[in-house]
Design a protein around this ligand. Structure first.
Ligand code: ADP
Ligand code: ZN
Length: 808
């Protein structure tokens, strides 16, 4: 037997290695291994086992890491899809499917000393008072970590050793699992009786799960499953019906989480597991607790593993191993939890599916929601995407029949949606001189809440004191020397700060333009810091707290501030979008949005969608208790559709007008985007290479479509990729340029190169080319070929972002 290995270092290539007899029964597809490569040894993953290699003189695998194959064949298949679709080397995709702590060469388990009671032989030995005290504790526990014993009894290690000498106990190292939630007491929860809307949603999901498990049995194991052609479902490719991907559109507070919980119970009842993705920011202890509380005990008792970036490496290692060993069948986590090796997988939930944090902003630039949909198809699992403000992409897929829509338009217990008032800031500013942060209406509303001892949230999507420092006479604006943005003034720290690269500068006393030197240099725009300050002046007795990335310095600050808010120690919470997400505060009856149009003025075709989502989500924070909520939206463009539809809680209306605009301009979800960004310190060079890339790409595409037409070989390459088997046997990897790329990209729109909206960041100039097409898999392959054939100079880099969410 020969193992085919993907190395962590070499790109887009696999190598064959001989398997030493002593490893024969430990090596499987997905095993992590260390192999000799040139003069050194490198890590890699076994991607296939083959009878014979075409190469001779194979070298031997040096070490196998871990007891079990770490990358399961299914995850391997998923990694291959990611590499193909998101246009990156398989090695890069493989790296991100395992947490770093698991990928390490040495086992990451923590060993601790445990004290254990030994079976008694003969007479009880005589003990001193101190020893007897300690002994009684051990006797009661039977077994406990030494450290824990010392803490409980206040004894010294010496005393415990004496007990060992007397033959009463043993002290030995043992693997000790780290449990990040060990210190929380979690009370068990029971399934709630569902309201009719919830019951209908759960019914549809459960039926799909029941239908799916038959499907899996019919298929049997090891059959070839075509993988390569799967795009996250968008316009093309025939509809599998009925769809096993659901879009659960439920307003905030409609009880979506309860539906997830009961759907998970259904998966467990079928002997399957589930993965729940939540945005990093809403992965609070509160959220995790709801899942643990339901499944830590009861009929389907199982461990709930948690994966997110705030865990220590050791904790992440242990959580992951619990999943791999099949002990934890429910995983809740942020983006990368989509790769959790849950098997068999019955259900995938993506909560707040519209969230942009599901997109990874470094290679592999995957979107976890789309990966979830693809994984669901590959593993015959049901996928539930949940949101109060679904992405245009997902709703479009409903219209095209790709997803099944489930709606929950009312709040649990029929609590009313909050009343939303829009205030015209232009009119407000005409009334009084100078810029008003708080309109009269908002001031009154705040005063009223303080009086009634209710809580308020104020939202502004910009931290700092003011947006920029501007000279009113010459127009000078303090700019970042590295990036093409203005610096933000932070008053408490008395400095100017770049929000892109972190550059800081002192605050000038006068305009730095030598000819001007006007001492009356002023602050323009507005940030959370200034809102907080003004608020304290307006309401000196109110307890005000600000929450943004400036005030969150330590790991548990976030938790602490929210805890204080929940327990009523804060009257008014001021913050950035950090406070807009999935938080549940029953006593909040007022939400104020200081500048609703801030997010409208970004150079991104999703600006309107983002604003609509943000306003709806923020408004959803109000009135979740018994008192009706009120939302006050201040805006300079009060009649903008994003604001008006949000005011009326009218998602469908917003979608209808927005999709029209996307259709006209062929923007997603009508087509897909691939964004090529060329970066370098020399602007001319960057512009030159960007132009060169465009020309080469056009040439390549023209050639491909002409050979397609001539030879009639359309589809050949696609069928080749279909050979990929889920059990990891034989697949072609070489991207041979001889193979035609089909079907021809007739709908391709190329825009650029042009300077990116953020034209310079961290001293690098950025040029971009935007490509739009419906046939992204085909375009991705062209792009992969392009990166292989074009040799960029060392000081120019190219990044390819498929389905980008961030265009600035
Ligand atoms: P969403 O996720 O849609 O915002 P949640 O699942 O957080 O909504 O539900 C909001 C609140 O309503 C939670 O406190 C939850 O416990 C409660 N809830 C959900 N479903 C029910 C139900 N069927 N009966 C009673 N209370 C419910
Ligand atoms: Zn900067």
């Amino acid at each position: 037997m020969v193992a085919r290995v993907t190395l962590e270092i070499a790109l887009r290539k696999e190598f064959d290695y001989a398997i030493p007899p002593e490893f024969a029964d430990r090596i499987e597809v997905g095993s992590r291994v260390k192999v000799p490569f040139g003069p050194r040894e490198v890590l890699g993953v076994v991607t296939a086992l083959i009878e014979e290699s075409t190469h001779t003189n194979l070298r031997f695998i040096a070490t196998v890491i871990g007891q079990q194959g770490q990358v399961t064949p299914r995850i391997l298949a998923l990694a291959r899809w990611i590499a193909d679709y998101y246009c990156c080397p398989v090695e890069i995709a493989l790296k991100s499917v395992l947490p770093d702590a698991v990928r390490k060469e040495t086992p990451g388990w923590r060993e601790r000393l445990y004290v254990r009671v030994l079976p008694r032989t003969g007479e009880a030995p005589k003990l001193t008072k101190r020893q007897a005290d300690v002994w009684h504790v051990i006797e009661e526990w039977r077994e406990l970590p030494l450290q824990e014993l010392l803490r409980l009894t206040g004894a010294t290690g010496e005393t415990v050793r004496r007990l060992e000498d007397r033959g009463l106990i043993s002290i030995a190292p043992q693997i000790s699992e780290r449990d990040p939630y060990a210190n929380e007491t979690i009370l068990a929860s029971q399934p709630l009786a569902l309201n009719p809307e919830q019951a209908r949603a759960l019914g549809a999901i459960a039926r799909a799960m029941d239908a799916g498990s038959e499907g899996v049995r019919e298929r049997g194991s090891g059959t070839a499953t075509p993988v390569a052609r799967r795009e996250p479902p968008l316009p093309h490719s025939p509809t599998p019906s009925p769809s096993r991907t659901f879009l659960l559109h439920g307003v905030t507070g409609s009880g979506k989480t309860e539906v997830y919980l009961q759907a998970i119970a259904h998966a467990l009842a079928q002997g399957k597991g589930a993965i729940v993705l939540v945005p990093e920011i809403s992965l609070t202890p509160q959220t995790v607790e709801r899942f643990k509380a339901r499944f830590n005990s009861g009929q389907f008792q199982t461990l709930v593993a948690v994966l997110h970036s705030h865990l220590s490496a050791g904790e992440r290692h242990d959580e992951w191993q619990k999943i791999r060993q099949g002990r934890a069948r429910i995983v809740i986590g942020a983006r990368s939890a989509i790769f959790a090796p849950v098997e068999p997988l019955g259900l995938l939930v993506v909560d707040e599916e519209h969230e942009h944090s599901y997109k990874q902003e470094e290679s592999p630039r995957y979107h976890a929601r789309d990966v979830a949909v693809v994984r669901g198809q590959m593993e015959s699992a049901v996928v539930v995407l949940g949101s109060a403000t679904p992405s245009m992409e997902s709703f479009y897929n409903v219209h095209r029949g790709k997803y099944t829509l489930l709606e929950m338009p009312s709040r649990v217990d029929d609590r009313k949606m909050p009343i939303v008032r829009v205030i015209d800031l232009r009119a407000e500013n005409r009334k009084v001189k100078g810029v008003q942060i708080f309109s009269e209406k908002l001031k009154e509303a705040l005063a009223q809440r303080l009086e009634r001892k209710e809580q308020s949230i104020l939202f502004l999507n910009r931290r700092g004191w003011s947006a920029s420092l501007q000279c009113p006479s010459c127009g000078y604006v303090a700019q970042c020397p590295n990036c093409s943005v203005s610096l933000t003034f932070h008053r408490a720290a008395q400095k100017l700060l770049c929000h892109i690269c972190g550059h800081t500068a002192p605050v000038p006393r006068a305009c730095p333009e030598p000819k001007c030197a006007n001492p009356a240099i002023r602050y323009a725009g507005l940030g959370t810091e200034r809102v907080e300050d003004t608020l304290r002046k307006l309401f000196p007795h109110a307890r005000v707290k600000r929450m943004d990335s400036d005030t969150l310095k330590r790991k548990d600050d976030y938790r602490r501030i929210l805890g204080d808010f929940r327990s009523g120690k804060i009257d008014i919470l001021v913050g950035t979008q950090m406070i807009a997400k999935g938080l549940h505060f029953p006593n909040v009856t007022l939400v104020g949005i200081i500048h609703a149009d801030l997010s409208l003025h970004i150079p991104d075709f999703r600006a309107g969608e983002r604003t609509f989502q943000l306003l709806t989500q923020v408004a959803g924070r109000a009135g979740r208790g018994d008192v009706e909520g009120e939302v006050i939206v201040q805006a300079f463009t009060p009649f903008h559709p994003a604001i008006q539809f949000a005011r009326r809680h009218d998602y469908a209306g917003f979608y209808e007008q927005e999709i029209e605009y996307r259709e006209q301009l062929k923007y997603p979800p009508i087509a897909r985007i691939a964004l090529l960004v060329v970066k370098g310190r020399n602007e001319e060079k960057v512009a030159f290479w960007a132009e060169h890339l465009r020309r080469e790409l056009e040439k390549m595409i023209a050639e491909a479509s002409s050979t397609n037409v001539e030879s009639g070989k359309a589809g050949k390459r696609e069928s080749e990729f279909v050979e990929l088997n889920l059990d990891g046997s034989a697949f072609p990897l070489s991207r041979s340029p001889a193979v035609s790329l089909s079907p021809p990209l007739r709908d391709l729109i190329i825009a650029g190169p042009a300077a990116a909206p953020l034209a310079r960041a961290e001293t690098f100039y950025r040029y971009q080319i935007m490509l739009r097409t419906r046939q992204m898999t085909t375009l991705s392959r062209h792009l992969a070929k392009l990166t292989e054939t074009i040799q960029l100079p060392d000081d120019v880099t190219l990044t390819i972002d498929i389905d980008p969410v961030n265009l600035a």
